[in-house]
Design a protein around this ligand. Structure first.
Ligand code: MN3
Length: 198
């Protein structure tokens, strides 16, 4: 069964002014759709057909670049849309807030660490807040469409929050100002969703 692109869980304009409507339309409707289409093409007629997206991602080191890049792209974007929500931002509460304070000292320190991870990712990739096998939170980043669930990831863990730092995620509104995009991102973080993953 082929992979399909789910609709966004909110309207394209819902994240204005932090993430603009045109960027969301192209990012979801063109970029994410292309990852889905190219993943389906790459697995058609191969032993990968019928595997779940999670199975493909976990085996990134031993699958073709086309399946790794497009499977990662599909997984990462599906995850990313759910990291975001209109009228969101603010601060997490409860056990997640406690874990953030324990790992980073404060929410602001986490934001700074994740922004730095995103800013220093040369070229295209992602910055992540993950829960490690030890249950502790950590910040990491991955190149291209890799993610911390992949066997090839330098730092592995369960993603709780991710931010896309490919230029296609911000260039129309922010041009080369990746830092401004990263600061704006925090205004639309869906902490309820992050907490449910935690
Ligand atoms: Mn993207």
């Amino acid at each position: 069964m082929a992979f399909t692109l789910a609709p966004l869980p909110y309207a394209y304009e819902a994240l204005e002014p932090h993430i603009d409507t045109t960027t969301m339309q192209i990012h979801h409707g063109k970029h994410h759709q292309a990852y889905v289409d190219n993943l389906n093409k790459a697995i058609a007629g191969t032993a990968h057909e019928g595997k779940t997206l999670e199975e493909l991602v976990a085996a990134a080191g031993s699958i073709s670049p086309a399946v790794r890049n497009n499977g990662g792209g599909h997984w990462n974007h599906t995850f990313f849309w759910e990291c975001l929500a209109p009228n969101a931002g603010g601060a997490p509460s409860g056990a997640l807030a406690d874990a953030i304070n324990e790992a980073f000292g404060s929410l602001d320190a986490l934001k700074e660490k994740m922004n730095t991870a995103g800013l220093t990712r040369f070229g295209s990739g992602w910055a992540w807040l993950i829960k490690g096998a030890d249950g502790k939170l950590a910040v990491t980043s991955t190149p291209n469409q890799d993610n911390p669930l992949m066997d090839v990831a330098e730092v592995k863990g369960t993603p709780l929050l991710g931010v896309d730092v490919w230029e296609h995620a911000y260039y129309l509104k922010y041009q080369n100002r990746r830092a401004d995009y990263l600061n704006a991102f925090w205004n639309v973080v869906n902490w309820e969703k992050v907490a449910s993953r935690f």
